[in-house]
Write a protein that binds this ligand. Structure first.
Ligand code: ADP
Length: 465
């Protein structure tokens, strides 16, 4: 792809937009960036201007979208933005940062998507491949934008990517050697409009795959199974190898648990490790490990090395992460549980005694699906943020629930209610943007609140001596 003297517009000045603009300018393109937010770009703007990049913020001028050769759109920008629709009608080529990077990346790609588990699985696959000694880069929807991985990519190396549904909406030729779909449950429906549109976006991960490529799918997920059923509207291309992962029982080819052992099945059965050796909590994490095992086996990693790397792996921050025990009560931070399914998985990870902190910014979710687990395992629900009233309406008559507004009130009240053996769990089923900058911010605040409980407790114990 020739960029020299091409007129390129980058829409959206988030992390990946800034990275794309820099890359394009460094390759000789004449770059404009446009973001509807007035303060977009922030501290990056002077450096962009210095590189000769034109910066438009606070509006998307219609003229800006004309007289361009290419538009690179960031994942945060809706693909049906009127200015983009107009550009499309004018025949302009519109791609995302992932597609742009793909056209320059060297080596083989493993791309992982799903509603939940992407970061955990992508990080784990990266760790396994590194442990083997491969040249590995990890990025995409986590950490480093894909475009920033281009410079260091090598023909003999691997790029392991977490890919979101928004990023998949703007691919054209993106073709991973190994693709994985972990699960598809309702999420981001406010942005995608319908479940069908969301499924279609996720399935784009395999649309360009061909002979020699593999797709790893969840045998338990009805939508994943649908991708290989005869007559299905969205299907894995016939020459692509389908590999399954399954947490209870056998599969034709793939990673599964048979006779209490994690195995890899192809023409023979290879034992990998015991589920009890997996250092992560919850069955959903067993699924993530199985998906990672499948990717790693396909990439040619040795079973022994896979086992070693999995055993060393620690929960990624804010993903069902143990914080501390105070007065016999365990505190877990699952701030990344930003949808109902992730909260279900978090609840399933504890046998009972749960004090659940729920709420934040609603994503048009149905919280009633939490009821069976809440009745069986939760002692109390504390609701926070702008979704609190909706949650209270849906759950308040069925389970003990207190609307506490803030995370700090929630931790305070939960710590007063909980008794030794209980669990206080932040798994809010909502995004964080009403009260926090992002889920990391929310998780850090939670950690801080728990740590100050612990400090108070220690001070109290000292004073009492
Ligand atoms: P993603 O990158 O897809 O958001 P993460 O690994 O960051 O995935 O996990 C997001 C949330 O989903 C966390 O709350 C985590 O505990 C939960 N989770 C992780 N893996 C799974 C899974 N396979 N199925 C359901 N929930 C999961």
């Amino acid at each position: 792809m020739e960029l020299k003297n091409k007129r390129v517009l980058v829409v959206g000045l988030g992390k990946s937009g800034v990275a794309a603009a820099r890359f394009l300018a460094a390759h000789g393109a004449r770059v404009t960036v446009s973001d509807a937010k007035a303060d977009a770009g922030g501290q990056e703007t002077p450096a962009l201007l210095e590189m000769g990049i034109a910066v438009e913020t606070g509006t998307h001028g219609e003229r800006t979208f004309v007289d361009q050769d290419l538009i690179v759109v960031s994942p945060g920008v809706p693909v049906d933005l009127p200015q983009l629709e107009m550009a499309r009608r004018n025949g302009l080529s519109i791609i995302g940062e992932v597609e742009l990077a793909y056209r320059f990346l060297k080596g083989k790609i493993i791309a992982i998507t799903g509603s939940n588990g992407k970061t955990t699985t992508t990080t784990l696959v990266g760790e396994i491949l590194k442990h083997v000694g491969f040249h590995v880069q990890v990025g995409g929807n986590i950490g480093t934008p894909v475009i920033d991985l281009v410079a260091e990519s090598r023909n003999d190396g691997w790029t392991v990517l977490e890919i979101s549904s928004f990023q998949l909406e703007t691919i054209v030729d993106f073709r991973p050697k190994i693709a994985a779909i972990l699960n598809i449950t309702p999420d981001h429906l406010d942005r995608h409009g319908s479940m069908d549109a969301y499924i279609a976006a996720k399935a784009r991960i395999f649309e360009n795959q061909a002979k020699g490529d593999s797709v790893v799918l969840n045998n338990r997920d009805p939508i994943c199974r649908g991708f290989v059923e005869a007559g299905s509207a969205i299907a894995v291309p016939s020459e692509v190898q389908t590999v399954w992962f399954e947490k209870h029982g056998e599969v034709g080819k793939g990673a599964c648990v048979i006779d209490g052992k994690i195995c890899w099945l192809d023409d023979k059965t290879t034992g990998i490790m015991l589920p009890s050796e997996v250092p992560l909590k919850g069955e959903h994490n067993l699924e993530n490990v199985l998906a990672a095992v499948a990717c790693a086996m396909l990439a040619g990693c040795a079973p022994k090395v896979i086992r070693e790397a999995v055993m060393k792996f620690k929960a990624v921050d804010h993903r069902l992460q143990f914080i501390s025990t105070v007065d016999g009560v365990e505190y877990y931070n699952d701030s990344k549980a930003t949808n109902v399914d992730a909260t279900i998985k978090a609840l399933e990870s504890f046998v009972g005694g749960i004090h659940l902190i729920l709420g934040g910014k609603d994503k048009e979710s149905d919280y009633t699906v939490l009821l069976p687990l809440l009745r069986a395992r939760a002692k109390h629900v504390y609701t926070i943020g702008s979704a609190a009233e909706k949650i209270e309406l849906q759950l308040g008559r069925e389970v003990p629930l207190t609307h506490v507004e803030t995370l700090s009130n929630a931790v305070k009240l939960a710590s007063e209610h909980a008794v030794a053996g209980d669990v206080v769990l932040l798994a809010p089923a909502c995004s964080s943007f009403d009260q926090f900058n992002n889920y990391e911010h929310r998780g850090k605040v939670f950690r801080g609140l728990v740590e100050s409980l612990l400090t108070k407790k220690l001070a109290h114990a000292k004073g009492g001596r």
